[in-house]
Design a protein. Structure first.
Length: 187
């Protein structure tokens, strides 16, 4: 079986040590390297274990002939654009369990019409992880608020809606919030 473990690991910006540590149970970087190069046979169990460590589906780690990859042609940095030192591919975005999304219909703040914002749902105990980030909060009667979480006090959160001149909104702790983690934008 031909695997793409190395390509996916590099696309995720992870080292062999990162993957080895995130495996459950943890393994060694040498073992991950042997699985990447094919010097050690990749069983279905190892494939699933490595996939969980990388945060992808096991199918993303197998080279399937009918799947089209998006090769990285160039890298853009502060000094301009240049060719990559080694081949790489990009992985298509995949939803994670519990994610929700917003489709932007009209530009506001940093978002443009047509953008898709993917968000991770958080429980009230995890709201502090979203400070200074954009969040979606449910309101009664099927309404929502979306804005920057600028503060959290016992029993309430402080949200700054997007757009110029918007005023802070203080809400009693909602049952959940969703923090923006991925922006998908067509050019």
């Amino acid at each position: 079986m031909i695997t793409r473990i190395r390509e996916v690991r590099r696309a995720r910006g992870m080292t062999l040590q990162d993957v080895a540590t995130r495996c459950d149970p943890p393994t060694t970087p040498q073992t991950v390297g042997r699985l990447e190069t094919g010097t050690r046979t990749v069983s279905v169990g190892w494939l699933n274990r490595i996939a969980r460590a990388l945060g992808v589906d096991a199918a993303d780690l197998v080279d399937l002939p009918e799947r089209e990859d998006v090769p990285v042609a160039a890298l853009l940095g502060a000094s301009g654009v240049h060719a990559p030192r080694r081949e790489g591919v990009l992985l298509p975005p995949r939803p994670e369990p519990g994610q929700v999304a917003i489709r932007v219909e009209a530009g506001i703040g940093d978002y443009r019409s047509g953008d898709e914002i993917w968000l991770d749902r958080l429980g009230p105990d995890d709201f502090a992880r979203a400070l200074n980030r954009d969040i979606l909060v449910p309101r009664p009667a099927g309404r929502f608020l979306f804005g920057r979480l600028i503060g959290r006090d016992p029993g309430k959160i402080h949200l700054l809606p997007l757009g110029a001149g918007a005023r802070q909104t203080v809400l009693a702790d909602p049952p959940w919030a969703a923090v923006a983690v991925k922006l998908i934008r067509s050019l």
